[in-house]
Design a protein around this ligand. Structure first.
Ligand SMILES: [Zn+2]
Length: 883
């Protein structure tokens, strides 16, 4: 059963129970600010003070007042407001009211302001933040020198433009922005548009950028520092990679990728990238991700810079994937912006899907779709695996892709795996349902209809319906407006294939029953081309009969967002044909088998029997799934007497593959062999394989005297194993190297290694690094969650976090703050730990953290229950020698 990318569907359409939302309409878009005043154009001037880490600002805003008003309400946060004037007339001080809780600035007018054009002018003062919100700074050591320098950057999404200038800071209040910045004379300043004018004032210079097209406030950007750039040109657009001095050449790979991707998207979207330039800016700290500011995308520098001598193949893949994702946003997000944060998936699900499509187009050998479905290598920090999204989506604390958002904190917490990964999976499923070309035509219609404007999900469904002639608006909303996803049960009666759907849940008593219209795909033993069937009812029979001894496999290539449970007959027939399935199909069976064990639909043996059958031909995806599962079980068994036996059992399963691939890369080995080698080293290391641990130690010692002796692809795995079993001396060595190295990538692997240590005395030494200045703010923010996850002492992490919560939260950006404390708890598996969290939440966390707390409590509850259920089954499986 081989996959052929040909899909056709048997279609029967009936209206579903889900009611679709309305198309975009400015007046009815949710939000806090009154809709009767719209800003058209801002001229903003910012003058940072790098000594005091503050800035002064001035702006004039051209307003379109739709009906007479007595007050103006806009957003401002942590700003001091100086003078305010309207149409040239100053407002008295008492007319100006800041509301910190609401994050608004209200200007009470002395008399009614008539409808029409008006001009508002403000002067203000604010601070430059150490973490990535509003205007921020990053301190760094310049490449090849000992000089400590400072760079400025901005991060405004979701709701932090209001920290740099008072504005209508909601995505549907689009306007044109003209930014001016006053920076030190030696600085390069970058914004969305090219520089229009630069005036030297001696020590400093005033840089005025060209006015942007109409866009949302969260997409404005300002970066400035002692910077370098390399540039090229593609389709009439000037492309650059901008870095701190001395690193520009490391941007070469990103620059080459940028040109390819731009051309690909210009064609795909049918509307060429509309700005004259596109900068990719490497920021050495302050924030930790990447941000799609129109024309000036910012990246934490390790997500953009590639050193051909020392970077791993994984880093290369991640750079391409992140650049492809952020560039997709230049259309999805920037040119067309979701009307409100309840439709954030239109930005993030789309950019994730488009990014993968583009990555796969240029790099088919990477198997990007497949590798994004499986949880794997923890050093890969890019995106959420699909299976992780599905695990969360099976619980009671999940939410629909489209969810009501009323507060700023809720907007921040919407950036989760459901928005990104479920959104992306739904699009992939719809694309295979409608066909690649029809889907693209629909996207072109959507972009053309909504450009320089906003949109809702309903606008997208309408464009896809028009392009395909199929009622997408009836099939799709079930996937975005309902939480969760279906389990499809497959059974046979003679030659008839019977299908039934139910909601798939884990540890969720009495879930509300839901139903979906499921675009199923399948292959059969004699029909290797992909078939489609739209399962719209609770039960149905497949229209085609199947010989009683022929196997059938659903969810071809793991491209759907549902799980499948086969009856015994179907499962046995399928198990006999595993050798003919693609890697993605095998991984799909493993993922579903494990999920069915978690959900208590199947015993553990169901999964382990499949593992026995699949661990033979060294496929990376298969091993990554198994290693991830074994690592999870190993963690669950921490302190359990069964653990050594489990480790021995699991090592025996994985070790033969390692003995086949060996320690050293061979010339002309298959591309993914290097990843498999690293995965096995890491997996066997966690399972305490003494040969592997010794091999990692000796290679690490060699690396200390000559780094070229260890291939870049193996370094993170080797460091992590060395770190896990480190003694005090080794910890010192790793730490000294981490302090010394100038490579951001190597530095990160070394801190990861320290965070892996299982010796509690070393854990206590690693934890306080989160509060020191030795890591950048954004990396320090991730250190404790990483230790909680990969070390074995979450209780030590919590003890420290509880005592230093205020300082720790000061390092988090807006997106990280509510989930920080609950996030440290999800690796506990004792009921008492959930009580600790709940008590802490009650006394010390804001109400906006409630969702994250509920999620963590649920996870602890599940782990405790699963551990009870798993242990006896595992003991008897091992005892009976069933491998
Ligand atoms: Zn994104």
């Amino acid at each position: 059963m081989r996959f052929l990318p040909l899909a056709f569907f048997s279609l029967f359409f009936f209206s579903s129970g889900v009611r679709a939302e309305n198309k975009f309409n400015f007046a009815t878009t949710p939000g806090k600010l009154p809709k009767d005043i719209r800003p058209n154009e801002y001229a903003v001037r910012i003058q940072p003070d790098l000594e005091r880490l503050s800035f002064t600002g001035a702006e004039t805003i051209k307003l379109d007042v739709q009906k007479p008003v007595m007050k103006l309400v806009l957003n401002a946060l942590e700003l001091e407001i100086g003078s305010v004037s309207l149409d040239g007339k100053p407002l008295p001080k008492k007319a100006i009211a800041l509301n910190a809780g609401e994050q608004t600035l209200t200007l009470v007018l002395p008399s009614e302001l008539p409808a029409g054009q008006h001009q508002l002018a403000l002067q203000f003062h604010g601070k430059i933040n150490p973490q990535g919100q509003g205007l921020f700074y990053a301190r760094y050591q310049e490449e090849g020198t000992n000089e400590k320098k400072i760079m400025l950057g901005t991060q405004f999404e979701a709701t932090d433009a209001r920290r740099m200038f008072p504005c209508w800071d909601e995505p549907s209040f689009r306007a044109r922005f003209q930014l001016t910045a006053v920076v030190p004379e030696n600085f390069m300043a970058i914004s969305n548009m090219p520089i229009e004018e630069e005036k030297n004032n001696g020590e400093s210079k005033e840089v005025r950028f060209a006015t942007t097209p109409s866009m949302a406030s969260y997409l404005l950007v300002l970066c400035a520092g002692d910077l370098d750039a390399i540039e090229s040109q593609q389709d009439g657009v000037k492309l650059r990679v901008v870095t701190t001095k001395g690193k520009a050449e490391m941007g070469r790979y990103a620059l080459e990728s940028e040109a390819k991707i731009l051309h690909f998207y210009n064609d795909y979207f049918g509307i060429s990238y509309p700005l004259p330039k596109l900068d990719l800016i490497a920021v050495p700290g302050g924030f930790g991700g990447a941000m799609e500011n129109w024309g000036g995308i910012t990246f934490y520098e390790s997500a953009l810079l590639f050193d051909p001598k020392n970077s791993s193949a994984q880093t290369k893949e991640d750079i391409f994937a992140v650049v492809a994702h952020e560039m997709a946003h230049q259309w999805f997000g920037d040119l067309v912006t979701m009307a409100w944060w309840d439709n954030l998936w239109l930005n993030e699900g789309f950019a994730s899907w488009m990014g993968s499509k583009c990555t796969d187009h240029f790099n088919p050998a990477w198997h990007d779709w497949l590798r994004r479905n499986v949880p794997r290598d923890p050093t890969r920090r890019v995106g959420f695996p699909k299976d992780t999204a599905m695990q969360g989506d099976a619980r009671s604390t999940t939410h629909p892709v489209q969810q009501p958002i009323t507060t700023e904190a809720q907007a921040g917490s919407a950036f989760d795996e459901i928005t990104y990964r479920k959104g992306m999976s739904i699009l992939r499923m719809l694309e295979s349902f409608l066909g690649e070309n029809v889907f693209r035509d629909g996207i072109r219609k959507y972009i053309a209809a909504q450009k320089y404007s906003n949109s809702t999900t309903a606008d997208l469904w309408q464009a896809l319906t028009e392009a395909s002639g199929k009622p997408v608006g009836e099939i799709a909303p079930g996937w975005t407006e309902q939480p969760g996803f279906p389990l499809v049960k497959v059974s046979r009666e003679g030659t008839t294939i019977k299908l039934a759907q139910e909601r798939f849940t884990v540890d969720f008593p009495n879930p509300p029953a839901l139903q979906w219209q499921i675009p199923l795909t399948y292959v059969t033993q004699d029909q290797p081309a992909t078939n489609g069937f739209l399962l719209r009812d609770e039960t149905a029979n497949l229209p085609n009969e199947l010989p009683i001894d022929h196997a059938i496999k659903f969810n071809v290539e793991d491209s759907g967002y549902y799980r499948v449970e086969y009856d015994d007959t179907s499962w046995k027939l399928l198990a006999a044909q595993l050798g003919r399935l693609s890697e993605a199909d095998r991984v799909n069976l493993l993922i579903d088998a494990w999920a069915l064990v978690e959900a208590n639909h199947k015993p553990l043996s169901h999964y382990l029997e499949l593992v026995n059958q699949l661990l033979n031909d060294d496929q990376l995806g298969v091993y990554d799934q198994v290693i991830d599962t074994f690592t999870y079980v190993n963690r669950l068994l921490s302190g359990n007497p069964l653990r050594p036996q489990f480790q021995q059992y699991a090592r025996a399963l994985l070790r033969p593959a390692f003995d086949r691939v060996g320690w050293d890369p061979k010339s002309n080995e298959p591309f993914q062999r290097g990843f498999l080698r690293a995965s096995l080293i890491r997996g066997l290391g966690v399972l305490d394989d003494s040969d592997i641990v010794a091999g990692c130690r000796s290679r690490f010692d060699r690396y200390l005297s000559d780094p070229s002796t260890v291939a870049p692809d193996l370094r993170p795995a080797i460091f992590s194993v060395v770190g896990r079993y480190a003694d005090s001396q080794t910890w010192e060595k790793l730490h000294r190297m981490a302090l010394k190295t100038g490579s951001v990538e190597e530095k990160q692997y070394l801190y990861d290694a320290l965070a892996n240590a299982i010796d509690p005395r070393l854990v206590r030494r690693t934890i306080p690094i989160a509060l020191s200045d030795e890591m950048t703010t954004s990396r320090a923010a991730f250190l404790l969650p990483f230790i909680a996850r990969h070390g074995e002492h979450p209780e030590l992490v919590w003890e420290f976090a509880r005592a230093h919560m205020k300082e720790l939260l000061a390092k988090q950006d807006a997106l990280g703050i509510d989930g920080f404390a609950p996030g440290l708890f999800i690796y506990f598996s004792e009921p008492k730990d959930s009580e600790t969290l709940e008590a802490y939440a009650k006394s010390s966390l804001p109400p906006s953290a409630a969702k994250a707390v509920a999620k963590a409590v649920e996870e602890i509850h599940f782990r405790a229950e699963f551990k009870e259920r798993l242990t006896p089954q595992l003991a008897s499986w091992i005892e009976n020698g069933s491998r």
